[in-house]
Design a protein around this ligand. Structure first.
Ligand code: FAD
Length: 577
């Protein structure tokens, strides 16, 4: 038995981004026994640590959950692939490593006491280690490693020149809140000297020698168990059930000590799913699956948000095939070039240090307000308008001995998307994936599709700028025949894919009266439960206009302090009061 009948002060469910942060912080107090249960394996692998390995991680049979949305009629009856990491480190092991917090207005817009930009800045900065040194908006000496990208390609400069020629300004720090987010530039990355600095490597691994922290991998939590005492306004968790060895493997129970807490960190899909399986969610849905209701909270699984994404791409004249990032990594037989490996091993530089999309821009397509569009520029040609299918096509080309053609790609993301989806039960069986309704373009004013449509028009201007003229770009996606808005919109709906920014499914709110709120913004406790908190990307109420890893670490850092401070206020006294 991996838990040997022990009792724990904290059971952390999910060893991903947030789980690694809280497991480190909570186990720093040697008097507390902490258990971390992670469904996947450890995050020790070269595919993870070398940033360019990202291309192998999408739909990875072990390190990715392989989640698909339910059929989306508005997207020509497609199912959308939703990448989620499955290992210690979670999605921080499989993500693109971009460090973009979004803007101060994003956090002010949450309208929650204690979570305004002036509050959260401290948590962002305390978490951060940014080697160029302290700046008003950057921290040094924290656990989260942040640096500038290390791979240079001539096409990055051409992109900057093209962006400037259409009137965009250079922004040398998208995380500096003393200026508008708008502009083009380099995105900072969560790396340490060119290696992926995922939260397993940075937060969890150094804490794993602590005797009071037990980490169990291959342990899939299936349910939170509750005491179910009648007449109590708040129900109390007594532990969690989990299996090792998969669906038909061994089943175990991990128990909480008398003042213990369950800390949910299974991510924006699995945290609401596990709550629902445990009887916490909309009563009607739970009862329709025969699950007794512990807390009737219809907000669990609602409010799912993401950054819907599309790709513009242009081919270059064949003589420029060898200047792209892909040509810097692969030779004509599609083997990794020794030069790329040597640069990586002996200087932590070169194309293996990049996930490919660390240059780009933020801009407002309407010319008003906050940027609604992020462009992630790739110095290479996407083989498919869906970035993930591009890698799968490459695998097929490789088998046929064909080399990757040259060109550029601009991945377009609607970063302040207005559409909302949901995560709901398909079955009471914990091994059946939930129904994920990603629901892109459901916003009543069609703002998200308009953002991407305008993104295509801007991309055409950039690719058509003088900076790229000598390369003879020929538009591949959306394709020059698509000139009318309706045609572009159709292409968007046929090719939209996930920007991998799932959040919001257990959103924070002031009080249980705040409709749709699941956890309290004061202490991240689930309403109606005495000792269950959510500390991951699920609690983010409104998606920030930047990749969501930084915001998740900020939430988890803060959550750990909230957990520790209420433990020091003696829950026993509070309970009897
Ligand atoms: P996760 O990190 O996903 O962790 C959840 C963990 O819980 C996982 O380890 C999972 O295996 C585990 N788990 C789930 N269910 C169970 C269960 N039943 N029992 C036990 N364990 C369970 N963000 C950025 O900032 N920059 C980027 O460039 C970026 N690019 C991305 C690219 C991709 C392909 C992906 C997938 C994400 C990307 N993100 C990016 C988003 C960012 O990584 C996430 O927002 C962040 O990691 C979410 O953290 P989390 O703790 O909520 O969930």
């Amino acid at each position: 038995n991996p838990v040997n009948g022990e009792k724990f002060d904290y059971i952390v469910v999910g060893g991903g981004t947030a789980g690694c942060v809280v497991a480190n912080r909570l186990s720093a107090d040697s008097s507390k026994k902490v258990l971390l249960l992670e469904s996947g394996p450890s995050g020790d692998s070269m595919e993870i640590s070398v940033p360019a390995g990202i291309s192998r991680l999408f739909k990875h049979p072990i390190l990715d959950w392989g989640l698909m949305s339910k059929t989306q009629q508005q997207l020509f009856a497609r199912e959308i692939y939703l990448a989620r990491g499955r290992a210690l480190g979670g999605s921080s092991c499989t993500n693109a490593t971009l460090y973009n917090r979004g803007s101060a207005e994003d956090y002010d817009g949450w309208g929650l006491e204690g979570w305004k930009s002036s509050d959260v800045l401290k948590w962002f900065m305390d978490a951060e280690d940014y080697p160029p040194g302290p700046k008003p908006y950057h921290g040094v000496g924290g656990t989260m490693k942040v640096e500038q990208p290390r791979y240079e390609n001539i096409l990055h400069d051409e992109f900057f020149r093209a962006a400037a020629s259409i009137g965009l300004k250079h922004n040398d720090d998208f995380n500096a809140w003393d200026r508008p987010q708008e502009g083009f530039g380099e995105f900072q990355v969560t790396q340490m000297q060119g290696e992926r600095a995922d939260m397993y490597r940075t937060y969890l691994k150094p804490a794993m020698q602590r005797g009071n922290l037990k980490v169990v991998t291959g342990a899939r939590t299936t349910k939170i168990s509750f005491e179910r005492l009648l007449g109590r306004s708040e129900q109390r968790a007594e532990g969690v059930e989990f299996t090792t060895g998969g669906q038909f493997g061994e089943r175990f129970v991990a128990e909480l000590s008398s003042q213990g807490e369950v800390v949910m960190a299974a991510g924006a899909v699995h945290t609401p799913h596990l709550l629902q399986l445990s009887g916490v969610g909309g009563a009607a849905m739970l009862l329709s699956h025969g699950i007794p209701v512990v807390s009737d909270l219809p907000g669990v699984g609602a409010n799912l948000q993401d950054h819907p994404a599309c790709c513009y791409a242009a081919r270059f004249k064949p003589e420029y095939d060898d200047i792209t990032v892909t040509a810097d990594i692969y030779d004509k037989s599609n083997n990794i070039k020794p030069s790329a490996v040597l640069k990586y091993l002996f200087g932590r530089k070169g194309p293996l240090t990049t996930t490919g999309c660390d240059h780009g821009a933020f801009l407002s397509t309407t010319g008003k307000g906050q940027p609604d569009l992020q462009i992630r520029f790739v110095a290479g040609f996407a083989l498919d308008p869906d970035g993930v299918s591009s890698y799968i096509k490459f695998g097929e080309m490789k088998k046929q001995g064909l080399s990757w053609p040259g060109g550029i790609t601009l991945q377009l993301l609607a970063i302040r998307s207005k559409s909302k989806g949901s995560v709901g039960l398909k079955s009471a069986d914990p091994f059946v994936n939930p129904d994920i309704n990603i629901n892109y373009f459901s916003d009543p004013l069609s703002a998200d599709v308009a953002t991407l449509r305008e993104g295509y028009k801007i991309s055409r201007k950039i690719a058509g700028a003088a900076a790229f003229e000598k390369y003879g770009p020929t538009e591949a996606y959306p394709g020059t025949s698509r000139t009318e808005d309706a045609d572009i919109d159709e292409f968007i709906r046929k090719t939209v894919h996930s920007g991998n920014a799932l959040v919001g499914t257990c959103r924070m709110g002031h009080s249980p009266e705040d409709e749709g709120a699941v956890v309290s913004s004061q202490d991240l406790k689930v309403f109606g439960l005495e000792n269950v908190r959510v500390v991951d990307s699920s609690v983010i109420p409104v998606i920030p206009g930047g990749q969501t890893g930084a915001a998740t670490v900020m939430v988890a850092e803060r959550a750990a302090v909230l957990l520790k401070s209420s433990a020091s206020r003696s829950p026993l006294v509070m309970r009897s009061a």
